[in-house]
Each structure stands twice: as C-alpha cells, then as structure tokens.
Ligand binder design. Structure first.
Ligand SMILES: [Zn+2]
Length: 351
C-alpha cells in the first residue's frame, strides 16, 4: 500500500516522572484546552498529579471522565458530545482507554495524546484501534498519536504481568517480520523496506539489551522505546504487517475461542516462540529472553491448555484469510501443533 503522508508523534517522552509534567508538554505544543479520558479507577490514582500539572501550565480541562468501553457506538456518541473547543483528546490508562481516545481523535480530526500506564502491548503507538463493532472486535484505522507520554515510574508500579505482555508483544516482531518477508517471497505482499527495518531494529535493540532485573530503568526504557518504534513501523507500512504475523493470528484465534483469554502479549509471546521454533529462526534468542525475564515462569502459573493452542493454530489462517503467513500453509500448522507436545519449554507451560 502506498501512503501519501506518514505521521510520527510530535511529542515523545518516555522517562521517569512524566505524569507531573504532562501540562508543560501540552502547553509547549500550543495545546491549552483538552478532554482527558482515564481508565477505570485511574482518576483517583493520577487525577491530582495530572490536573495540578495542567493548572500550572495553563491547560484547561474542558471535560474528563473514566471510560471502560471500546464499543464503537459509545465512543462515537461521546466524540460528538465533547466540548467544541477541545483541541486534543488524551487517553490515560490501559489499552481500552487508549483505543477509545485514539478513535475519538481520529473522527474529530484533533490530536490524540497517548499516556499508557502499562507496557502490555504496542497499542499505545499504533495507528489502529481495536473496537467492538456490532458485538465483534474489529481493528479499525485510526490515527498515530500526536504525543506519546510514558512515565516509567508508573509502568514500573503496574502488575508484572503487563510487563511480560509487553515483552511478548515486542519479541513478536521477530516472527512478524519473518512472515512478512515470506509473504513477499510468495508474491502475496510487498515489503516496505523502511518499515521492515524499523520493526526489526526495534526488536533487535530490545532482545540485545543487557539487564539483571526487569525492573531496571534501562530495560523498561528499551522495551517502551522499542514498542513505540513498532507502532511507527505500521504507520509507515500502512498496515499492521510489520508487527503482526502468524503469532498474532494465534493470539486473535485464542481471543475468539476462549472465555478468558490471557493478556495479548502473553499469548503472542508464546506463539512467537512456536513459530520461530518451527521455522528455525532466532528461537534461541527468544528462549533466552523469556527465561531471563521470567516470562516462561509466569506462563507456567497460568492454566494454559495444549488443546486451546492446537485449535487456535488450526483457526489462525481464517482470522486473516487475505494474508499468507507461514501458518497459512498446512505444513507449518502441522509442525506447530506437533511442537506443542514435543518441545520441553512448551511441555512445561501447557497441559
Ligand atoms: Zn500485538
């Protein structure tokens, strides 16, 4: 797909203490009248700090509320009820409120400011929004954030499972780029070289970061920077192909099959290992990262079933029938299913 215009965030801050300075970042960019949406329960947690920073910087809050829905209708209704003078819409919280604010920014054609409070996926910097349309989850085109503001202190205080989810979603770029190259080789798509490079470099930078503990600032910063870069790879490509391949199809299938799916990046991470193992592509590196971060140990505490993954592998190609990842070929589906009960890492986490 050719794109005339590529948006990149004008404001990008990923560091300690960002929350107390949100007002300054906005007013420096000429934004002085805003609507802010918080995730459930987050007004009590961050409201005082954020509103104080707005007041000091002369930023007026025209509307604020908590939002716990990604229903298309709720979001569009809210968008058209917002005060006319709203110059920017801020989403602060997890994936849901980020997607809601992103979509509101898109339909009102105003800047969207992304303030994620966990590192669970690359959604905070992607230009698509995952919403519920007529009862079904759909990925809709939206817009790239005008600002990405991430407070590493806040990320650090989130439950560790969100960190593992981010790790899984990040290593996924190793299999997604491999799938994308395969699609080009098979004549199904054309790789955008620049987007490909960004996604690959983001993953490489992350998996090569030396660390002793996952709570180290350098490790968190690398993870978040890399996730932010991934979202931009999608923007450049004009599709999610650089960052979402067969491993994401398995996760999307699990979301549809299970009543209680795991966090996005947990499912994606396990699926990445499966795909890279059967393609014999950099799986040792992934295994090292998963072992050293504690990702595997965390997975072992979950109630993960061989049958669910096996069903998801079968279902994967039908999730995106127009694509041609490795999983769209029967040979690789069979290899993936066989691996579930023959690989020692997978045996340890699946039952
Ligand atoms: Zn993802």
């Amino acid at each position: 797909m050719l794109k005339d215009e590529i948006s990149i965030p004008s404001i990008l801050k990923i560091e300690s203490g960002v929350t107390a300075h949100i007002g300054d970042y906005l007013s420096n960019a000429g934004i002085t009248q805003v609507t802010i949406l918080f995730g459930n329960g987050l007004t009590a947690m961050f409201g005082d700090t954020v509103f104080d920073s707005f007041e000091r910087a002369g930023v007026k809050v025209l509307h604020h509320q908590e939002m716990d829905t990604v229903d298309f209708k709720d979001i569009t209704d809210l968008a058209f009820e917002l005060p006319n003078k709203t110059q920017a819409v801020i989403g602060m919280g997890g994936g849901k409120v980020i997607d809601a604010a992103k979509y509101i920014g898109y339909i009102l054609r105003i800047p969207f400011i992304s303030v994620p409070t966990s590192s669970s996926s690359d959604g905070f910097s992607s230009s698509s929004a995952s919403l519920i349309v007529n009862g079904h989850r759909k990925s809709l085109p939206a817009k790239m954030a005008y600002g990405i503001l991430v407070d590493t202190d806040v990320i650090k205080s989130a439950p560790v499972r969100f960190l593992y989810s981010g790790v899984g979603d990040m290593v996924a770029k190793i299999s997604s780029t491999y799938d994308w190259q395969h699609e080009e080789d098979m004549g199904y798509d054309e790789v955008n070289d620049f987007a490909f490079m960004i996604a690959k470099k983001a993953a490489n930078s992350f998996v090569r970061t030396p660390f002793e503990s996952i709570n180290e600032d350098l490790f968190l910063k690398e993870l978040l920077d890399s996730l932010a870069m991934s979202g931009i790879a999608n923007e450049i490509a004009g599709s999610s192909a650089p960052t979402s391949g067969s491993e994401h199809l398995i996760s999307h299938a699990l979301d549809q099959l299970l009543e209680h799916p795991q966090l996005h990046g947990i499912q994606v991470g396990i699926a990445t290992y499966i795909m890279c193992r059967i393609c014999d592509h950099r799986w040792k590196r992934i295994d090292t990262v998963f072992t050293k971060t504690g990702f595997w140990d965390y997975c072992a505490t979950l109630d993960l079933k061989v049958k669910d993954f096996s069903d998801a592998i079968d279902m994967a190609p039908s999730v995106k029938p127009h694509r041609h990842t490795y999983l769209h070929e029967e040979k690789y589906r069979e290899l993936a299913k066989a691996l579930l009960t023959s690989d020692e890492r997978l045996i340890a986490i699946l039952h």
